[in-house]
Structure formats: structure tokens, C-alpha cells
Design a binder for this molecule. Structure first.
Ligand SMILES: Cc1ncc(COP(=O)(O)O)c(C=O)c1O
Length: 391
């Protein structure tokens, strides 16, 4: 294979949140960390090279983006997801969570209602409430196989009842692994548009999509959707560069671009980081083959994990992921309390996972894994789990 995803690197001592913060996060050093969405693969060679070259030159002063940088972003999105945004619509920010926070503050007023669909990436809820907005919790439904969906009647009722002003869409959806279909996105959009709800579409996981599923950019559905939505994306998940602090906000409507920029500037955020910019350029221009190989490797990891659980620990049920590298596993058949489940995972299986309840009450009884690691680590995690779960 041209790219190596099998090597297990020792990441301790690299200031890694995943590998260097056991004590600070009240975990034991012997737990295998499969929690935060950070991959245990080195960033691809073109990124390493440009960072080395930049470091060798020795200058880390201010920088700024050019039109060509925006074009690099839109070319990448066109190549990978088939939709061409206007480069003039792109703004840069240090991260998607920061960008979503700025967007909520720019597009809604204090006390306005902002809706999310739980279980969902947990900073969505806190960024809404920390911004002094009212959080409306829509809850996803699921069938007996663990396939999640939206109850559109309830979705619309909640929007009307709470006078919702913005909806944060997670597409693909972390942690339930859904890649929303055209019909689902269309229903979400039609409901939101008919009630004047702005859609904030977080598409950070768009590159991790499996089998016949296809990521459809929300804005691609129609010009009205593009006008009434803002898209958030970043190289940070795909290339494991979260620490380089660069993400993109794509807003077709000029007023929306100006107002979110104003909010960022008011907070003192002005320039993007020089290393982040260099990495972003390399990521979006020289790494397509690496991403194809990465997604295929992770898909095999996920398939291994799904089979391992069904063959060896059938009491646990894994939702079949259509996208993301974050398998969502139902432990509820064990009948354990939150504390008992935590003891099983941490003390017996010696794993550091993300407990499902942090993604919303409906995630209680679940655990979120991270399958973006060398196979050897995933095999080890599965064996530790098998030994810990009563047969
Ligand atoms: C849905 C989603 N949005 C945003 C982020 C974080 O993005 P950033 O590090 O750019 O703030 C994550 C990270 O896991 C995520 O899953």
C-alpha cells in the first residue's frame, strides 16, 4: 500500500489531548483512548513538508488569505462533493465550533431559540446556551436496527412552538453516523425555509462517507437553500489538523458574510495562523489519493468492529455508520446505570470512550468510539471490551 495507516505511533509527549491528558481529565494512564475525534494517523506528507519548509524559513508573522485560498477551498469541495461554491462566499475562522458560535451570535438575538437534533456533537448545545440563546432540543428517532432519522412532524411543531430562528444541522451526523439523503435534507430545508429558520450546516465530516451513501452539501439543493443557509467546514477532521486552527464559513448572502465577520472582528479575531494556512493549501491541493486511502482504511476498521461485536459481544449493538469515523454503540441491553457502565468501560475494559449521555439524554446507555486508528489499536480495544462484558 502506498500510504501507511498501520503503524502505531507513540503520541505521548506531543501535547495531545487524547494521549497526554489522562490525569487532567481524571482518567487512568492505562486506559486506551478512543474518544475525541482526533485520528491516530500522521497528517499526509504534503502537509508535513509545507510545515517543515515554513519552520525552516523561520518566520511566523502575520498572514492573511488571498482569493486563491478561497478558490482552493471551493475547488476541493467541487472535486469531492460535486458542488461549486463561489470563492467570494468563503471566510476563514480558527475552528468550526468557534465559527458556529460566531454565527449564532451574528444571526440571532439574545433569548432567540436555536434548535439542534440530539444525540449530537455536544458543543452545539453549550455554544447556544453560552451565547445567551434558548436551546431547543429536537430528538432523533431510531428503528430497532439503530437507524436514526428525524420525526418531521415533531421537528416542525417544535420550530413553530418555540419560534426557532436557527437550526444547527450536523451533516453527516456525529454521533449517529447518518449521511442525510436528498429527501431528508429537502424536508429539513423546506420546513426551515417556510418558517424563516436559518440553517447552519456543519459539514466537517463530509469526507467520511461509506458504501452507496453520498454527502450532499445543503447549499447545493437550490439557490434558496444556499441563500438561507451558512455552511461550515474544515480540513481538521479529514487531515487531523485540528491543532492548526483553520476552518471555513461559506455564506452566499453578503449580509450574512459581513455580519459574522463583524462579530469575529469585534471579539478581536483578525488573522488566520500562518501554519494553518500553509497546511490548508497543501491539504486541499495535494492529498486526494491519501484521503481516498484513509477513508477506505477507516471503512475496513468500521466493518471489522461491527463484525467483531456481532460475533463476540452480540449484547452490544452498533449503529451501522453511513459516515463519520465515530461508531455509536448501544450498551443498554446490559441494563447498567450510568455509573455502572462507566465502571465497565473504564475499569474493566480499560477504554476511554465518550459516554453517550453527553450527546443528549437520548444518548444515555450508548458509547461513542473512534475508529480512526491503526487496526491493531482497534483490535486491542475490542478484545479488552470482550473480556469486560459479561457473556
Ligand atoms: C460535528 C462537529 N463539528 C465540529 C467539530 C470540531 O471542529 P473544530 O475543531 O474545527 O472546532 C467536531 C469535532 O469532532 C464535530 O464532530
Amino acid at each position: 500500500m502506498r500510504f501507511d495507516f498501520d503503524t502505531v505511533y507513540d503520541r505521548r509527549g506531543t501535547n495531545s489531548l487524547k494521549w497526554d491528558f489522562f490525569k487532567e481529565r481524571h482518567h487512568r494512564e492505562d486506559e486506551l483512548p478512543l474518544w475525541v475525534a482526533d485520528m491516530d494517523f500522521k497528517a499526509p506528507e504534503p502537509i508535513l513538508k509545507v510545515l517543515h519548509d515554513t519552520a525552516d524559513r523561520g518566520f511566523f508573522g502575520y498572514t492573511a488569505e488571498k482569493y486563491e485560498d478561497k478558490r482552493i477551498v471551493t475547488d476541493w469541495l467541487k472535486r469531492r462533493h460535486g458542488y461549486e461554491y463561489d470563492p467570494d462566499d468563503v471566510l476563514f475562522a480558527p475552528g468550526v465550533v468557534f465559527a458556529l458560535t460566531m454565527a449564532v451570535r451574528a444571526y440571532t438575538e439574545p433569548d432567540d431559540a436555536v434548535m439542534i437534533s440530539e444525540p449530537v456533537y455536544y458543543p452545539f448545545g453549550s455554544l447556544v446556551t453560552d451565547s445567551g440563546r434558548r436551546l431547543v432540543r429536537n430528538v432523533l428517532i431510531h428503528d430497532e436496527k439503530g437507524h436514526y432519522g428525524i420525526d418531521f412532524e415533531v421537528f416542525e411543531e417544535q420550530i413553530i412552538k418555540n419560534d426557532v430562528k436557527a437550526y444547527i444541522l450536523c451533516s453527516p451526523h456525529n454521533p449517529v453516523g447518518r449521511v442525510w439523503t436528498y429527501d431528508e435534507l429537502k424536508r429539513i430545508g423546506d420546513i426551515c425555509l417556510s418558517h424563516g429558520v436559518l440553517v447552519l450546516s456543519d459539514e466537517i465530516h463530509a469526507d467520511f462517507v461509506y458504501e452507496d451513501n453520498k454527502h450532499i452539501p445543503f447549499a447545493s439543493i437550490s439557490p434558496e437553500y444556499e441563500e438561507h443557509s451558512v455552511t461550515f467546514t474544515s480540513p481538521s477532521k479529514t487531515f487531523n489538523t485540528a491543532g492548526l486552527q483553520i476552518a471555513e464559513i461559506i455564506a452566499h448572502d453578503r449580509d450574512k458574510r459581513l455580519s459574522v465577520k463583524r462579530v469575529m472582528n469585534r471579539l478581536g479575531y483578525m488573522e488566520i495562523p500562518v501554519m494553518g494556512l500553509a497546511a490548508m493549501r497543501a491539504a486541499y491541493t495535494g492529498c486526494d489519493e491519501w484521503v481516498d486511502a484513509l477513508v477506505s482504511y477507516i471503512y475496513d476498521n468500521i466493518a471489522f468492529m461491527e463484525k467483531y461485536l456481532s460475533d463476540n459481544i452480540p449484547v452490544l449493538h452498533m449503529t451501522h455508520p453511513e459516515g463519520t469515523y465515530l461508531p455509536w454503540v448501544d450498551f443498554s441491553a446490559l441494563g447498567l446505570s450510568v455509573q455502572e457502565l462507566e465502571r465497565l468501560v473504564r475499569d474493566k475494559a480499560k477504554l476511554w470512550l465518550d459516554a453517550g449521555y453527553i450527546f443528549g439524554e437520548s444518548g444515555s446507555g450508548y458509547q461513542r468510539f473512534n475508529a480512526a486508528c491503526p487496526r491493531e489499536l482497534l483490535v486491542r480495544a475490542m478484545e479488552q471490551l470482550r473480556q469486560a462484558v459479561p457473556s
